[in-house]
Each structure stands twice: as C-alpha cells, then as structure tokens.
Design a protein around this ligand. Structure first.
Ligand code: PLP
Length: 438
C-alpha cells in the first residue's frame, strides 16, 4: 500500500481518488447503484485483482470472489497465461472483420467442434451471452419455420431482445418489451412442458441448472426426457451453458451429466477468460443450413474478435484437461463436506447446498436471508450474491482454479457471515414485532 493510501486508511476516510470515483459513478454511470452501495455500506471500488481476490481502490478491503460474475472468472482474475497470450495476440491481430475468413475464428470453431459431442460442428461467435441466445432462437426459428419458444419460468438468458423475452417477466415489463410466441413453464415440470410444447414450437431453451432461479438441480432424468420430447416433436433443444459450461459442474459441459446432445449450445462468460468478451452459439450441422441462402444474413461486428478467439482457445483447452476437471471435483467434495458442517452448526438458517460440481447455491431459511448473507459475507471478506429470482438462495461460484487449501479460508469467513446474518435477521424480524426461533 502506498503512503497516501496508508494515511487515508489510518484516518479511516476514503481517499480523494476513491471519493471521486464514487461521485463520478453516481453522477455519470448509475445513481441508483451508487445510492444502493452507500445505503448498505458496501462502497467498494474494485481495483487490483489477482486469482480469487479483488481489492478496494484504497487497498484496505480484500474480497474472495465467490461470484466470479457468473463464471467469467472461472480461471481466476488476470490469469497470467491468458494475459501473455492476449499480449502476444495483439502483436499480430486485432478484432478482425466479421465478413471475412478468419484463422483465429476458424481455429476456435474447430476446437469447439472437437470438444462437443455429435455433430455440434458449427459456431457463430458473438460478444455477450444475450446476443448468442438471440441468435440461437433465430436459428431455431429459421430451421423449423415455427415461432414458439418455451423456456423455464424464472430462468435467465440475458437482457437482449429474444433472450429477454425468454426470461423472467420482471426484466421486461417496465420496458414494454413483449414478444409474441414466448411461453414459460416451471423448471423440472415435465407435464407442463409436454402440454405447452407442440407443433408450433421452434425451440425449448433451458439452463441445465438455472442460476438466477437459485441453482435449481433438475429432477433425475429431466433433461433426458426434455431431449426425448424435443426429438419426438421435432423441436430444437437449446442448452444455455453460459454459466454451467467450461468445467463449472465438474464436466466440460453440464449436459454431459445427463448423457444428452442438445441441438444448440450457448457459451459466454468464462470463454472470455475474464479478459476479452466473446460468446459462442454452437449448432448442429443440419441447422447451419439456415445460412446457406444468405451467409451474410447474420452479422456481429465485434463477435468472435480475433484476439478474443486466441484467449478463448486456451480457456477451452484448460477446461478440457482431465487434471483440471479432477481439481474441480476435488474442490466440490471439499465444499460439500464443509458446508454440511456449517449446516449442522446453523441448522435453522442454512438449510442445504444445491450443487453440481462448483455450480453451487446455499439454500437459506427465507427470502430475507439471501440479501442479509450477501451483506455479512461482504463484511467478512467474501463476494457472494443471492439469486435474483429466489432470494432464499445465495449463489456460490468460486474460481475453478482456487487452491484446495483456500476452501478453509472461505468456510471460516462464511461461518462468521452466517452467524452475523442470523443476528441481523433476528433484529429485522424483532423490529417487525415477529421474533423468530432462528
Ligand atoms: C445463463 C445465462 N445466460 C445468458 C446470460 C447473458 O449473458 P450476457 O450478460 O453476457 O449477455 C447470462 C448472464 O448472466 C446467464 O447467466
């Protein structure tokens, strides 16, 4: 820490640099977010970052990242190998031109095809997940000639046009964004899906484990039955692996746990290595026919930026390695054992762990608990965010590269955060004249 930062720390007042950043953010980026973080005394300005950690601009606060931006930082912050690759790539490439033939895009497309099962052979690149979902829906509609899209209620696929239409109503209703032919069913409910998906349905789109809905683990065989239904009714099955892909669940792709092959797989977040935005819509070979008549009918200027492709190639190679996946599974066992111990210690507050590999959600007593735990986790040095569409659940998404020894540190901090959140909850409930037993 430099002297200026140290002295501001000793005075316990934010440095002028930090105060300016907060003011400018509130005045010119988001007044609402600035007010929110002030209200909850969480005015951290993210600065230095490395591996699983990020530090405040004043250097006085450090957080262990258990959110990882939904998997963007699967390989940790500022992964050295990826930074070197990106720097080298910049000596030769830039974004490229999305209309022309590109070697980095061709190489990444080949690598994705090699690591996908069946004939998931073609990839159309984008910048973000929402854009990649939009394209998946376009391809499904173009291929089937149908328009209906069925998704899970409370699922999340992004905030762009078609992706938003497939997501929760609360994100679209203020903007008057209604798209016809989008239908939602409860996740895991096969009967509702069978009743809704018919000969007008172009695609069923699902996250293997809906993150924003609270890391819901589907009932046994659910995805297999969805796959069968889609085959039977000639519906395109889109798997949104934006969060679950690239090793997060202990296998390279989450759909492998169910032994199915989707028609379209959407990737984003982690593919970027946390350094260069890129997303991918991987489609089965027959579906590529929608672009035969006019291969220029879909364009994304920055989609599959060439320097980003080079980073993504390495991310894919890393996430495919058996040693890497074994590490993820070892970490997953450690978390499951230690969180069970926490559950025994806080049985009325922490109800259970939803888990597939390191795709984890901590299930809590009620809707108040997720926001409270996010706050007390922050106070105890953990960045952890509750699930927006079910605030009884706190998402737990550590970097896949964290060391096994670091699990103890996380659990120790989480233990303290749980105790404080329990206290806070008592206070809140008490102030509502409704004392609880928790
Ligand atoms: C499952 C899932 N799909 C799609 C998206 C949209 O990705 P992006 O924010 O990059 O548009 C997200 C983002 O959180 C996501 O979690």
């Amino acid at each position: 820490m430099d002297r200026k930062k140290m002295s501001s720390h000793l005075n316990d007042a934010p440095s002028a640099e930090k105060q300016n950043a907060i003011k400018n953010f509130g005045d010119h980026v988001s007044s609402g977010k600035a007010a929110f973080f002030k209200k909850y005394q969480m005015e951290m300005v993210m600065d230095r970052r490395e591996g699983p950690y990020l530090w405040d601009l004043d250097g006085t606060k450090r957080l262990f990242n258990l959110h990882c931006n939904g998997g963007v930082f699967n390989l940790g912050h500022r992964n050295r190998e990826l930074i070197d690759l990106l720097k080298n790539a910049l000596d030769r490439y830039d974004i490229g031109n999305s209309h022309l033939i590109s070697k980095p895009r061709a190489d990444l497309g080949r690598d994705l095809s090699e690591r996908m099962p069946g004939d998931l052979d073609y990839t159309i690149f984008g910048v973000g997940g929402g854009e990649a979902i939009d394209l998946a829906i376009k391809v499904a509609r173009g291929y089937t000639g149908r328009t209906g899209i069925v998704s899970a209620r409370g699922g999340y696929h992004g905030h762009t046009g078609l992706a938003m239409a497939a997501g929760d109503e609360k994100y679209r209703s203020p903007f008057g964004a209604s798209h016809p032919d989008f239908f939602q069913v409860p996740f895991g409910d096969m009967a509702s899906l069978s009743a809704t998906a018919d000969q007008t349905t172009a695609a069923v789109i699902l996250e293997p484990i809906p993150a924003t809905l609270g890391m819901v683990i589907p009932p046994e065989n659910y995805l297999k039955r969805v796959r069968d239904l889609c085959f039977e009714k000639k519906i395109v099955l889109i798997m949104d692996e934006v969060q679950t892909g690239l090793g997060r669940t202990g296998k390279l792709w989450a759909f492998e746990h169910d032994n199915i092959i989707p028609d379209i797989v959407v990737l984003g977040k982690g593919l970027s290595g946390g350094l260069y935005p890129i997303s991918a819509t991987v489609i089965r070979k027959p579906l590529e026919s929608v672009f035969h008549e006019d291969p220029f009918i879909h364009v994304s200027t920055f989609g599959g930026a060439e320097v980003g492709c080079i980073v993504a190639q390495h991310v894919l190679e890393t996430a495919s390695s058996p040693d890497f996946l074994a590490h993820v599974n070892r970490l997953a066992h450690c978390f499951s054992d230690q969180i069970e111990m926490l559950r025994e210690k806080h049985p009325t507050f922490l109800l259970g762990l939803r888990q597939l590999g390191l795709m984890m959600g901590i299930e809590l007593k009620d809707e108040l608990c997720g926001p409270l735990l996010s706050k007390t986790a922050y106070d105890n040095g953990l960045l952890m965010v509750y699930a927006n569409n079910d605030s009884r659940v706190c998402q737990l998404l550590p970097p896949l590269t964290m060391a096994l020894e670091q699990v103890d540190e996380v659990i120790d901090r989480l233990d303290k955060a749980l105790s404080s959140a329990r206290e806070l909850r008592r206070f809140f409930k008490g102030s509502r004249k409704n004392r609880s037993t928790c």
